[in-house]
Ligand binder design. Sequence first.
Ligand SMILES: *Cc1c(COP(=O)(O)O)cnc(C)c1O
Length: 460
Amino acid sequence: MTRYVSTRGGVEPLTFKEAVMSGLARDGGLLMPERVPSAAGELERWRKLPYADLAFEVMRLFADDIGASDLRGLVEKSYGVFRHPEVTPTVPVGPVHVLELFHGPTLAFKDVALQFLGNLFEHILSEAGGFMNIVAATSGDTGSAAIHGVRGRGRMRIFVMHPRGRVSPVQELQMTTVTDANVHNLAVEGTFDDCQNIVKDLFNDLAFRDECGLGAVNSINWARVLAQIVYYFYAAFRVMDKTGADKVSFTVPTGNFGDVFAGYMACRMGLPVERLVLATNENDILARYFNTGEYRTGAVAATLSPSMDIQVASNFERYLYCLAEADPRQVKQWMGSLKSAGSITTPGACHGCMAAGRGDTAETLFMIREFWERHNYLLDPHSAVGVAVGARFLKESVPMICLATAHPAKFGEAILRATGQDLARHPLIDKLRGLPTRLETAPADTAAVAAIIRRAIAEG
Ligand SMILES: *Cc1c(COP(=O)(O)O)cnc(C)c1O
């Protein structure tokens, strides 16, 4: 049985289902599997599996308190809604392989995890007979993916906070045009980090958390990380088959460290990865950390890749826990230093395959233009950051897989700026314009948000 422990060591070990339902650990830490299972002996058998079958195999190593046929059903339901038969196909483009993660309902990679999580919550709640109030912070894409994962479901209500005016117009429409009664969009007068802090504060108020039955869909929820591990295996297998290579590298546009942490887990499980490149935009706290060993927060800058405009990466604590070799006292000391001094310094930063770099606005625009003009392929600005940084680590013998985290049509203005043309369209986005919307504004204040949640619960 895989058990889940807190990075801060203050909770009794949990089962997978308990870990999913609690989101953040009750001592303020993040939940981690006690052991990372090895997949080394499974690679040959997994290699030919279609996406959903592979997802089942990977997930059951971690989710062993869900019956096999239930888990298979959840996976098939979640990935059946993707618009591509391969779910996450890989296409060769110029010198790299682009892993397209945007074929889900909201055109961003977060659908891969959040379609699954919505179904998983429903499964667990209907078994146990409960109701959940989900609170989420979004810099743009999590919100719409989470909303589409839970809209219209009877056992869940969702409150999504986004920094007012700081998400793209399309991202905002993708959230606010969902007018199901169980969906509440809150535009918070602050930054994404403010939204994320409110979520953490609400979860750390244990009385409120229990009173409201809070649930988490941000990547602090282990099930998010788990669902994302799958496509690292899937893409590596496809590209190794296509090229005959015996290992691959990945480049991952990074904000909250969730996606790249899933890649790190895949490496730890035994996937043959030469380099796992973490790519940031100007908000480069993680890139600086991996190159200097010092994690120091600064001010958030607004960029063309808003889903990566983050200074405090919530999943970083999971990596610290690995770096501390599962010693929660060390993690607590580091997190204390972040709180008191605004920085953490660790001995050594790059574990195994990790590498990191920053791609700025000029490079982002250049890459979008370059890929369009040379290869007739449109990258969204987040994916372009990943490609720009990954390009520094290209090696003849090892294919580079670039994670494409959003469809370019979500970020039409950046595409226009890069290419001079309005090229990025998608029918799912075109049809949002003119639909009715629902949105409420809120101050960047935990008590005010708590009051909004209580009021909605009281109203039924
Ligand atoms: C969320 C997001 C990212 C960052 O992913 P993390 O898991 O937070 O590192 C990158 N690109 C897009 C398009 C996203 O929506």
